[in-house]
Design a protein around this ligand. Structure first.
Ligand SMILES: Cc1cc2nc3c(=O)[nH]c(=O)nc-3n(C[C@H](O)[C@H](O)[C@H](O)COP(=O)(O)O)c2cc1C
Length: 185
């Protein structure tokens, strides 16, 4: 593994978004240079502040307002990354990734991701959303293109139902991310 591999941590609008704070913290402690990109709806669940503090780096939340230099941040990070981990990955963002939609900073980064970088997706959603044929097809498309999935797991869901859709345990997501980084280098 490079001394400080660049990991884009994408956070989407899921009730599990708060768990991504721990993902950012653990990856940073493991020596990764964590770059957090949040969708607009992710910010309804958790603010950028804990990510900024724990990753010790600016957080990208808006596609058009965050540019400090001539190069768009979503391209700069996509060029630099060894891994893009989206945790939690919402049904909506999975659908966008499957169909090449680039309408926010996170989805632009995913589409612009350099070809050596791995894409690891940790979905979290209501069980019916996960099992819907549209989501099944989106997951298949993404797998065919080389994206890796971790989870979701079965259990009691925040929406009040039991089923498959819980975010995979944070420690296992972090371990899988580190494993992929070791494979890359
Ligand atoms: C309380 C609440 C919890 C939600 N949790 C999830 C979730 O866990 N997974 C999911 O796919 N969508 C969830 N949604 C719906 C998403 O927030 C919605 O589809 C949103 O547009 C996702 O946007 P994004 O993919 O750009 O972040 C939830 C919505 C609400 C109101």
């Amino acid at each position: 593994m490079n001394s400080n591999p660049v990991v884009i941590l994408g956070v989407t609008g899921s009730i599990a978004a708060h768990k991504a704070v721990d993902v950012a913290s653990q990856l940073t402690k493991q020596g990764c240079a964590v770059r957090v990109a949040m969708t607009p709806d992710a910010q309804r669940f958790v603010t950028a502040l804990p990510f900024k503090t724990l990753s010790r780096h600016r957080v990208v939340t808006e596609l058009f307002d965050e540019q400090e230099d001539w190069k768009p941040v979503h391209i700069e990070w996509a060029d630099e990354a060894q891994l893009m981990l989206i945790a939690p990955a919402s049904a909506n963002t999975l659908a966008k990734l499957a169909h090449g939609i680039a309408d926010n900073a996170l989805t632009c980064m995913a589409l612009a991701l350099n070809s050596k970088a791995k894409l690891l997706l940790a979905p979290a959603m209501n069980g019916k959303m996960w099992l819907h044929p549209a989501t099944r097809q989106n997951v298949s498309l993404l797998r065919e293109r080389g994206a890796e999935f971790i989870g979701p797991e079965e259990g009691s869901l925040a929406c009040g139902y039991e089923g498959v859709g819980r975010l995979w345990p944070v420690e296992a997501i972090v371990n899988q991310a580190l494993k992929l980084l070791h494979k890359t280098n």
